[in-house]
Write a protein that binds this ligand. Structure first.
Ligand SMILES: Nc1ncnc2c1ncn2[C@@H]1O[C@H](COP(=O)(O)OP(=O)(O)OP(=O)(O)O)[C@@H](O)[C@H]1O
Ligand SMILES: [Mg+2]
Length: 86
């Protein structure tokens, strides 16, 4: 099974990128499509829109792994795809 990757990009702020991503994800889920929303925005708007602000706060306080966990691992070079074994 192949995945379809969709990015929603617009240089202008406040034009509905996050809202559209959320509604697309929700709509696909209702149609029983397995959907993964990846929030790369440091504002985390899509994350707390998806799980609810209160839940997002709890998850943050609990230290639930998030995209920054993955990016940090890459920046530490521990997961770098360019890393070669010697
Ligand atoms: N189709 C729409 N009709 C009316 N209001 C909308 C629509 N889509 C989004 N909005 C509203 O516009 C505002 C900005 O939306 P949103 O946060 O999705 O934009 P964004 O492009 O992700 O912003 P940012 O650049 O800050 O990440 C929000 O208040 C949202 O509720
Ligand atoms: Mg946004």
């Amino acid at each position: 099974m192949s995945a379809i990757i969709t990015s929603i990009i617009n240089w202008k702020g406040g034009v509905g990128k996050t809202t559209l991503a959320h509604h697309l994800g929700t709509g696909l889920t209702y149609r029983r499509k397995r959907t993964l929303l990846v929030d790369l925005d440091p504002q985390c708007n899509l994350s707390y829109l998806s799980v609810g602000a209160a839940n997002h706060l709890i998850m943050t306080r609990q230290g639930t792994p998030a995209i920054h966990t993955v990016l940090k691992a890459f920046s530490n070079n521990s997961l770098s795809p360019l890393k070669t074994s010697s």
